[in-house]
Ligand binder design. Sequence first.
Ligand code: SAH
Ligand code: SF4
Length: 471
Amino acid sequence: MNEHDSERIAGLLEADGLVLADSDENADVVVFNTCCIRENADNKFYGHLGRFKNIKEERPDMEIIVSGCLAQKDREQIAQRAGHVDVVVGTHNVHRAVELLHESRRNGPITEIWDEALDDADTFPSALAVRREVDWSAWVTIQVGCDNTCAYCIVPAVRGREISRPFGELVSEVERLAADGVREITLLGQNVNSYGRDLTSARRALNPAHDDFEIAGEQWLADRRARPLFADLLIAVSKVDGIDRVRFTSPHPKDLREDTITAMGTNAAVCSHLHFPLQSGSDRVLALMHRGYTAQRYLEKVVAARAGIEDLAITTDIIVGYPGETEEDFVRTLEVAAEAEYDSAYTFIFSPREGTEAALMVDQFCDPAEVGDRFERLRVVVERSALAKHMARIGRTEQMIVEGPSKRDPEVFTGRTAQNKLVHFTSDRPLRSGTLATALITEASTHFLRGELVEVLSVSQHRTRFAVTAG
Ligand code: SAH
Ligand code: SF4
């Protein structure tokens, strides 16, 4: 979500006539788009900002914008701590970043933070006005904010209440992206499965351009118009002509419903990958976290998802060292992780975030050495299943979208499968990124697969770059 906000700000700057600098130190305008989900992201930012103080002393005309979650959280503190910042802009008014920059040129440094997101199309993070890193893939924010109350999490405080974007607006956006050459979209939300629940009848209404809503020749949603939910959205966007792949992140385990599993299992464009954040395997800790499910319920949903979606990859997020986590609690996490047989996992050490319930449980904070040890033990369990899953793919021919030449070896290309697996493969011909191709998998490791090109299925037709040379 943060990266998507960066694309939006880059889009605004580009529309203002600026071009991307070759390095941040050479830029006239530098944007720090911050994250505050864990403490180290927070500390890193103040370190970077300090470095730019020196650069700005040498180049006083350099302008600095600070945006994102940390700006929302720290507000005036940023300007107080760092007088060299020109603009501080929060999460709800990202679209104002460049206007504020102009204002600061007239009136001096400015901090503008809104307490709430406005429920209106101008403030929603549209995927159309962004500067995308790649032309064939795009993020589409379907909902902003979060209405959950996970005891460790700062997101609701910095991203505000949950607001779903209107269904028709989203489908139109995806159609426009597809017309623009995008073949893969990733739907973004903190709790995508609750998409649509907040839509009132006025906002639920389909986009006027889609009053007679038709996708791929089907009269769509005739009976669902009253209340489009996440599964409806998944189906609708996966039917948009030109969209070959639909991904989404993240579904909350308490809200994953059968209709989403069915939509994933029956629509070829929806990728066979479920990012399914567990957080802890202990029911006691899950209750302390207010996650709203038990380990048993979570595992039942894993089984249902695997039964309903062919060749499904499941990944997760796990927090180690939640306040009060005992050895017994942690062993449950190891057991559930082993049973879930994850394809990969993001594992985090609990980080107290001021203002959250868990940050107040100081007397129950775990011993850091013990947490480090648990973190390592969890890594071993996750990597065991990841490697086993990858080894099972050797000898198979996998479909992938080519992402480009590999960073380490220009003779090798990198592709990504529907299961979100990275494949490093050899090819006897150059391949444009965005091309759909197949590779025979020959080797596997914990974090990626290796293979060789078998067939190019469809070349990316998109043309974006040109050169005019004299001669
Ligand atoms: N909305 C998503 C999570 C977004 S935050 C969901 O509920 O699944 C991404 C991940 O960061 C979380 O899943 C959690 O594992 C981790 N995280 C959030 N707050 C944290 C904290 N205070 N300490 C450590 N990890 C945290
Ligand atoms: Fe944070 Fe929980 Fe909301 Fe995810 S669902 S963003 S973890 S409060």
